[in-house]
Design a protein around this ligand. Structure first.
Ligand SMILES: [Zn+2]
Length: 288
């Protein structure tokens, strides 16, 4: 059955086909994403080059799913945080005011607090993820959904989101909130999936980025457009290498190719390996 879908980034209307929703979706939602269900309902917006999910959930449905979701991927959250910390410590100076949107159990905030003396704040919908943070870090995490009144104008020097922008129903609005919350020379730092990366191009429609939790996925060009349309200028953008455990790499492979047998190594063999997952690190500075 035909229907019309609007691009969540530029509102361009596209004719698509109705896709039926999979069942038991709550099991697929988690505060630090682990792709679980490759979902064939993404279309390319010819106007802004964002690929968006034509069967995405409403803001209310998504908020409820994330609020009651449980953080079951502590080890992966820690591995991801170590990679992000490695990049952020070169950019962040002590006493900077730093907000992470979608901070999960606050493990990255903990590193920045302990090692770099950064003033940290986190936003996370999942109460379970917040309760898995260290006690003093829990106090710095708000279990709130995004709205403009959360913080006064110019509250932060850096706002960081790692693989979070893909999950938001209203990316323009969130970037506008960030503009308001950032100090005059403030920066937004994003880690996003790049659908044009070699890894994702090879996997094609089987890439785990086309996951049920994602409302949209970006390439470098579409991300630039989103940020530039909301008064930010690009400072830096590059791909980088992630370090995953062998078991997580095997899990991702199985998410893309469900017919593969389920293999996992014993803990003592589950070492970290470099993995080109097709992620982009982008830094944008606020324009006046
Ligand atoms: Zn668009």
């Amino acid at each position: 059955m035909k229907k019309t879908s609007s691009c969540p980034v530029c509102q361009h209307a596209i004719d698509t086909y109705k896709v039926s929703c999979p069942q038991n979706l709550e099991t697929h939602f988690s505060p630090r994403t682990r792709p679980s269900l490759v979902y064939q309902s993404f279309v390319l917006c010819p106007h802004c080059l964002t690929k968006f999910n034509t069967a995405a959930f409403s803001v209310n449905e998504q908020t409820k799913l994330y609020q009651k979701s449980e953080l079951v991927t502590l080890k992966e959250a820690e591995q991801a945080a170590q990679t992000y910390y490695h990049h952020l410590k070169k950019i962040c100076a002590p006493q900077l005011k730093f907000l992470e949107i979608g901070c999960s159990n606050g493990i990255l905030l903990q590193y920045l607090n302990d090692q770099e003396q950064i003033e940290i704040t986190g936003l996370e919908l999942s109460e379970d993820a917040r309760l898995k943070a260290r006690l003093d870090i829990q106090d710095r995490i708000l279990n709130e959904s995004l709205h403009s009144d959360l913080f006064p104008e110019a509250s932060f020097d850096i706002i960081f989101m790692a693989q979070t922008l893909e999950h938001l129903s209203n990316p323009n609005e969130v970037i506008q909130f960030c503009h308001y919350w950032l100090s005059p020379m403030g920066k937004i730092i994003l880690v996003t999936h790049d659908y044009n990366s070699p890894t994702n191009k090879i996997l094609g429609k089987k890439s785990p980025i086309y996951d049920v939790q994602h409302n949209q996925v970006f390439c470098a060009q579409s991300l630039d457009l989103l940020l530039e349309n909301n008064r930010f200028s690009k400072q830096e953008q590059r791909s980088f290498i992630n370090y995953y455990s062998v078991n997580y790499a095997l899990y991702l492979l199985k998410a893309s190719f469900p017919f593969l047998p389920k293999i996992s190594l014993p803990e003592f063999l589950d070492f970290k390996i470099p993995f080109i997952a097709g992620n982009l690190l982008s830094i944008y500075q606020k324009n006046s």
